[in-house]
Design a protein around this ligand. Sequence first.
Ligand SMILES: [Zn+2]
Length: 815
Amino acid sequence: MKKIILILILFSSIIKTQAQQDNPSADTAWEHIYRGSYPRINDLVHTKLVVSFDYNKSWMYGKEWVTLQPHFYDTDSLTLDAKGMEIKEIAVVKGKTKIPLKYSYDNMQLRITLDKTYKSREKYTVYLDYISKPDELKLKGSAAITEAKGLYFINPKGETNEHTEIWTQGETESNSAWFPTIDKPDQKTTQEISMTVPSKYVTLSNGLLVHQQKNADGTRTDDWKMDLPNSPYLFFMGVGDYVIVKDIYKKMDVDYYVEKEYAPVAKKIFGETPAMIGFFSKILGVPYVWPKYDQIVGREYVSGAMENTTATLHQDGAYQNARQLVDGNAWENDISHELFHHWFGDLVTTESWSNITLNESFANYSEYLWQQFRHGKDAADELNYNDMQGYLMSGSDDKDLVRFYYKNKEDLFDAVSYNKGGRILHMLRNYVGDSAFFKSLKEYLTLYKFKPAEAQQLRLAFEDVTGQDLNWFWNQWYYGSGQPSLDINYDYTNGKARVIVDQVQTTGKIFKLPVAIDVYSQAANKKRYKVWLKNKSDTFYFASLQKPSLINVDADKVLLAIKNDHKSAEEFEQQYQYAPNYLDRREALEYFAKNKLSALANGLNDKYSGLRLFTLENLDKGKGYTIPSVLNLIEQIAVKDPNKKVQAKAIGILAKLNNSKYRSLFEKYVTDSSYSVAGAALEGLAQLEPEQAYTLAKKYSNDALGKLGEVVSGIISKNASENDFNFLLDHFKNEPLSEDKIKSAIAFAQYLLKVKNTENVKKGVDEIMKLRNQIPEQYRGYIDPVFKQLFSKISDAKKAEGNTDLSNYIDGLLK
Ligand SMILES: [Zn+2]
């Protein structure tokens, strides 16, 4: 699953003011509950489902034939997860007859007494007739839940203009809301799903569509079949009037299910998929085993994307129009992530949620691998750096990567399991070398295919291939927490260069780290030394006739660490010029941004667009553009940089200067196909003629997403009247979930204070509430105070206007 990992530190100032009063009573019982692998009493073998849907009630009528066998010990009973269902019949199937079985049901689990004691590996089939009612699902008697319903009906009665869809989301244990099963990741089963739907819709499920039949009542029955075993959380159904855009890998179908409007751009969004399948198959040495690969987009999907076997579901952030795609495909990493799960997750599956990093660290790291292959090492290293920051800023220093103690299994889908896990794989790859790394992965995938695995099995595969004991690495990174914080100092005396590395992390824990140190004599001439950090303070001496021009610690820039590197400006200049990696150059540019603005401009000519952008952002912050030679370079970038985001940033800086000599440039680019470039140019025009700004913004508001949408809505909301409501609502609605969207919610709430129309205010607060519900549960404790504050402001304003009903409505949203 690709979760949206939010860095809510940005909101800490708002949160602090509220947090005290909302501090929940500390529940610490979970700290003593060990959560290991799940006992396997019965094993799933085959699951056959026959289902149809009631769009009026949002119900699913199901019949199931589930074949099982005792895992090892004989047993006369079976427990199935079945959430919130109406159970009509349970029987054991004996040839053509069904023998009813006794069972008890607590709305969560069925405890079934079998007709006899079954021997180890003796197969039996249980038949169940049931109704799944996901919208009425209540867990532990609490209010109906919005997440974890398993089965989602979107606009089922066609009451709004939203796309009518049905789709499912299983991970972690929600698929048992639509079919009774043993809903644990260490179970695997083959499957057949037969779906009867209105014939205007298409369906999608795991495996192959083996049969279709038109029925007399205007429905159609589609039979899907998956012959390879996979875990219940990976089962999927999707239904809707999608266009199926066909693609192909070798002779295998690769289809994209999108709404009609996005059919012309579907291959621009998903079209790298066949190349990714080929690339991953090749580097892993393990071919893609599944019979096809389809991707579908779901409206109102609560997560980022989900790797249902051969039927990946993406949230609607995947939908991008042609102009958005000019700025780059924002969904490329998600596509790579879910596809790679088809090796790590779907083929070899974590045995327990505690080990979820076995699925997620690899999916996360696939994004690096693909970026490196398709866009080069700088782009991959930038992603690596950003993901590391995402982890470091998440405040998860005390969480082990493999976590046997946790409050809620959903909490494990966090910046540790994903971002940190991916960075640990990157360090491991660097330590053992590419050849050993990929050979070990091949061994792991080959040994445990169609089985569950835990992190130790990954270690054993690496030890087998490399011939080395790797317990130190696993104990430190998989079964330990935190990261080193390094303070690095240098000096030179009497033909000896000295490097002192202190581990200054406050945890007191000392990390064992293999580190490459490059000692540069002059320009690019360097000698590499491989050393180990393993003490609170380590000192290394390097013989050198003269003072080295640069000593580069962590020369491959792979360490997961916080670094304080005490280099001089001259040394950073050498590093920028001669050290090869993205992070070498970025660290130097960061130093210049703080200490030597004149040297920062070097980054404007960097070969990598991400560093040109980084340089422009820092020149903007530090007002470096006031230096005439620097401004000259920015002017050049504004008209000729091949990267649209870089060009847009340069135009954005010129926009601030409010100089009419740029008018023709702004006029030229305000109609650019890139929303980023057009948005920056509009900013420039609005600066030059503030009294025309509102009219201009309205002129471009018909097709304004991304940066252009931001600029347009910024201008409009400043002068906003009641009439602008629909534009501002749509703009807010279309923004993908991110920290920025939470900021937009604050601005949008500000605008709602001025709106008088009751229905519009309701629509507005509902949309803000929708955003709140999209935020994963683990962030709610931090972010709910922000939403409460927004709602209470609007509520107070409406009460003051005498609209008590509306005020009460808003108060009821987030109690
Ligand atoms: Zn994932």
